[in-house]
Design a protein around this ligand. Structure first.
Ligand code: G
Ligand code: G
Ligand code: MN
Length: 433
């Protein structure tokens, strides 16, 4: 690998800075800059099915292939766990960037041998040009990401056009509107039930944020949460999620049943020392028992700054708050790390649950996570259950909690009240005296 590639993860901020310099230079010289994002779509899967060494080799192979299309002034940066950005300086026109994307696409059609397996590195490629699609780093990045969204959906590379934005999400430029969203009550928490297996009695919900934009309609959190992190609004949103969830929990018709609400937090939040104090304050304000609150954090989030994250999670555990490791199985934690995570619950990522009936590898991962959880005395939640066959298989495998569209989609506060009233009374009706 040459010095053209930054293989260690530099962090998003550092990456945006470099992109900013490239943009400035291109604008000063009156040149065009091409930004090509290449995501390795099957990296997570390779990590979990073939081991992390395989994933590492896949990243190295990908970087080597990408270097082949780089000229001396170009730069490759690994800007996320599975994403590379190519900064192509002095592009002549759109056609050139398309040529480059085509080349990348064809290079990745070739198999690679990794730890004794022949695999294809699946990529999605999004392209944006400066100045045509953006003259600052975050706008240009958004355009390339929007193009990449379309590329993923269509299994092709995609060059940004304004219609791509509409097609992907319609979202370039909404950053500034997030403030208004909070102030004007456009944000809501929705709640998806979690049920005890095998009797399917609800014992909690996962709180999921929704943004109902007056013009653009509903916007999903996987779009605006990352954005909030980048622009320094994530604390406000987390505070909103925490307080709204605890307040509404008190209004649900629980009839004395033990019940828990889980909120999702991002890496930045879980690394903050004061987060446990904020949680403690919120619990007091709403007079909710700590054990009624779960903090969901992804496995990968813990790995970015393990020391800080573990300290916060330990403090939360001391309060009596529950800790759930979200998307478990897709991250990078080794067992040595894992044994130190102060978790109370593992959530099996829905990508494994979806395919577990047809795919022996996925089924094995599900069983392994269940066994791991039981071995460590943790609860285990399967998310993404969409049918009764999957439910039956999970019960047989010893899974203790279920979540998925099969039971319910995330519901508004009003609708979850109705759902819970009905479910809890029908559970009572069939419970043995
Ligand atoms: O509900 P939906 O599929 O749209 O959620 C998409 C992603 O957004 C999920 O990974 C979920 O964890 C995340 N998410 C949803 N609500 C919140 C929230 O309030 N805070 C954070 N940090 N993430 C959330
Ligand atoms: O990453 P996280 O686990 O926080 O993501 C939760 C998201 O998963 C929610 O946005 C929710 O809409 C989605 N989800 C929950 N159950 C199902 C399901 O059965 N099928 C699908 N496709 N998505 C689901
Ligand atoms: Mn979650």
């Amino acid at each position: 690998m040459s010095e053209k590639t930054t293989t260690s993860k530099t962090g998003f901020t550092a990456y945006i800075e470099v992109l900013g310099h490239y943009i400035e230079e291109s604008l000063a010289k009156g040149e065009q800059l091409g930004l090509i994002l290449v995501d390795l779509d099957n990296l997570r899967r390779v990590n979990t099915t073939m081991g992390y060494e395989a994933g590492r080799q896949m990243l190295v192979e990908a970087a080597q292939r990408l270097e082949k299309i780089c000229r001396p002034r170009d730069r490759i940066i690994q800007y996320s766990d599975q994403g590379f950005a190519l900064l192509l300086a002095g592009m002549h026109n759109e056609g050139h960037s398309e040529l480059a994307a085509n080349k990348i696409w064809r290079m990745f059609e070739e198999h690679v041998e990794i730890v004794g397996h022949r695999i294809v590195i699946e990529v999605s490629i999004g392209i944006a040009l400066c100045p045509a699609h953006g003259k600052d780093a975050s706008v240009l990045m958004q355009a390339a990401e929007a193009a990449q969204c379309v590329a993923t959906a269509t299994s092709q590379w995609c060059l940004y056009t304004p219609s791509v934005t509409a097609e992907a999400t319609g979202l370039v430029g909404i950053e500034a509107e997030l403030d208004t969203a909070l102030a004007e009550g456009q944000l809501e928490m929705h709640y998806q039930p979690k049920l005890c297996l095998p009797d399917c009695k609800p014992n909690g919900v996962e709180a999921l944020m929704r943004w109902f934009h007056p013009d653009r309609g509903p916007i999903r959190p996987d779009i605006f949460i990352g954005m909030a992190e980048r622009i320094g609004k994530i604390e406000d949103l987390t505070w909103f999620a925490l307080n709204t969830s605890l307040r509404q929990l008190r209004e649900w018709p629980l009839k004395g049943n033990p019940f828990n609400v889980a909120i999702n937090v991002t890496p930045q939040i879980v690394q903050k020392e004061e987060f446990s104090q904020l949680v403690s304050n919120a619990l007091q304000v709403w007079d909710v028992e700590p054990a009624q609150l779960t903090i969901e954090v992804t496995e990968t989030a813990l790995m970015t700054k393990p020391e800080e994250s573990f300290r916060t999670l330990n403090a939360l555990r001391e309060l009596g708050v529950r800790i759930s490791i979200d998307d478990f199985g897709t991250g990078y934690s080794s067992l040595a790390y894992f044994k130190n995570i102060p978790a109370t619950e593992l959530k099996i990522d829905r990508s494994f649950v979806f395919k577990m009936l047809d795919n022996a590898g996925d089924r094995q991962i599900v069983q392994t996570v269940i066994d791991l959880a039981q071995g460590f005395g943790l609860k285990v939640v399967a998310e993404g259950i969409e049918n009764s066959e999957t439910e039956a298989a999970l019960i047989a495998m010893g899974c203790d909690t279920a979540q998925g569209f099969y039971y319910s989609k995330p519901l508004s506060h009003h609708d979850i009240c109705g759902w819970l009233a009905q479910r809890l009374s029908s559970c009572e009706a069939i419970a043995p005296a």
